[in-house]
Design a protein around this ligand. Structure first.
Ligand SMILES: [Zn+2]
Length: 445
């Protein structure tokens, strides 16, 4: 407990360094992680050697582009032994699972110290938005129960997790009982609950602050949560691979990248890009030792604002990340299409609670919809016509109204591909990039 308190103090003081101090710390941690990966992780040693690099070549974040980008498929293909560090007891590690568009699980190993660092960075982000000792935090969305820590058993910084695997009625009961002052919710889970509650969140919980993460929280959902009241809402951004990447502060001018924990790069297909330009997220963890992630492609679309925040934090600001372009529909021609134009059409449906797009084959999409109010006559036919137009190739689209969506995966996904692994859906083609560059195509923007 004392060790953890000291570690928290260190993380907090790092977030108050001047920008130059943060950069010096970041580069020092980068050199250490590069040296460690080269010496102990076969995958990275081979990668650096193939690129003609030695650890001494990477001195600062500015040198990172010399290292080739790694994808989840690269790491999965290399195998656990090649991507984890020699001398790490994997059996003693915590394991997180993530799935990509393929649905194939990928394991991430974390030492106890790495887990603690993640927890403390999370805690730092919560403190920054006003988490107080007597607050009650309810996290709506993760599958794992919260392990109560000593200070929480004593009644400080209490938090509970509510699993989306519970029946909606049980989720609502737990939400009521937990009486959150801070509600941290995964948007798809919250959206489904709001549907059950007639959009009256205040009938079961009256948090003073709402945090959203894990998925994109659109303005329509924000408006539904608020219902005319003004509850401060904060967007947090993380990935299972590296933990918390960025979090919004009370100035609401963007999300601050935890630059003492990760280096986030904005990769544009043409290699160019200045402030404000959007590109794909590539991340390097400065704290992962058991299983390093160096220039790892996350794929979320985002951009740096290029402006300092009025809150005075030394951490750089990014705009809210958009969905992952890894979620793409593969068309009969082999081209791929970003989901954004499709989800844009779906989100504009009146009374829609939740949706899922299932790609059964390159010629066949099924769209399942849960409505809380009747969408009106002809609405589904119009939606279908809009989807077909947005797809732009001969794809059959079934639009189905269902009572509820069920999912066996640990995290609900609004897009499911049943295409065989290794088919065009899982390769990044020029088409995916074209779709990323013009996310609003589809004729409605
Ligand atoms: Zn700020």
């Amino acid at each position: 407990m004392i060790g953890e308190a000291l570690a928290l103090k260190r993380w907090l003081s790092q977030s108050r360094l001047p920008a130059a101090g943060v950069q010096a710390l970041r580069d020092r941690k980068l050199r250490a992680v590069i040296r460690h990966a080269y010496d102990n992780v076969p995958y990275y040693r081979a990668l650096f050697r193939a690129a003609g690099l030695s650890p001494a070549d990477i001195r600062t974040a500015g040198d990172l582009p010399r290292i080739p980008v790694t994808t989840k498929d690269d790491l999965r293909a290399a195998g656990v032994a090649a991507i984890t560090a020699a001398g790490i007891d994997l059996a003693a590690c915590a394991v997180l699972h993530t799935t990509g568009t393929t649905g194939a699980p990928f394991a991430i190993h974390l030492t106890r110290g790495e887990l603690q660092a993640r927890r403390l960075i999370e805690f730092r982000a919560l403190l920054a938005i006003g988490f107080r000792p007597r607050d009650r935090l309810t996290v709506l969305g993760p599958m794992q129960p919260h392990a109560a820590r000593l200070h929480q058993r004593l009644g400080f910084y209490r938090s509970v997790n509510i699993s989306p695997a519970l029946a909606p009625g049980d989720q609502i009961d737990q939400l009521k009982r937990s009486r959150p002052t801070i509600l941290w919710a995964y948007p798809t889970v919250l959206r489904a609950l709001l549907g059950r509650l007639d959009d009256r969140l205040d009938t079961v919980a009256c948090p003073r602050v709402i945090v959203t993460s894990a998925e994109v929280c659109d303005d329509a959902l924000k408006a539904r949560i608020q219902r005319g009241r003004s509850i401060p809402t904060f967007n947090f951004y993380a990935a299972n691979e590296v933990g918390r990447i960025a979090a919004e502060c009370t100035a609401h001018e963007g999300l601050h990248v935890n630059e003492d924990h990760v280096i986030l790069e904005c990769l544009r297909p043409d290699g160019a890009g200045g402030a404000g330009d959007r590109g794909e997220a590539v991340v390097t963890s400065l704290d992962a030792r058991a299983q390093p992630f160096i220039r790892y492609r996350l794929g979320d679309g985002f951009g740096f604002t290029g402006k300092p925040c009025s809150c005075g934090s030394p951490f750089p600001l990014i705009g809210a990340p958009a969905g992952r372009p890894g979620d793409v529909v593969t068309l009969p021609s082999g081209n791929v299409l970003s989901l954004q134009p499709l989800s844009f059409l779906l989100r504009s449906m009146n009374g829609l609670d939740q949706y899922r797009i299932v790609q059964e084959s390159t010629e066949h999409l099924v769209v399942e919809l849960v409505f809380r109010i009747d969408p009106g006559t002809g609405a589904l036919a119009r939606l279908r016509a809009g989807l077909i137009e947005a797809l732009g190739e001969p794809v059959g689209v079934d639009v189905r109204r269902v009572d509820a969506l069920h999912d066996d995966a640990p995290k609900f996904r609004s897009f499911v591909s049943r295409l065989p692994v290794g088919s065009g859906a899982h390769r990044r083609s020029g088409g995916a990039r074209a779709a990323l560059e013009s996310p609003a195509r589809g004729g409605l923007a």
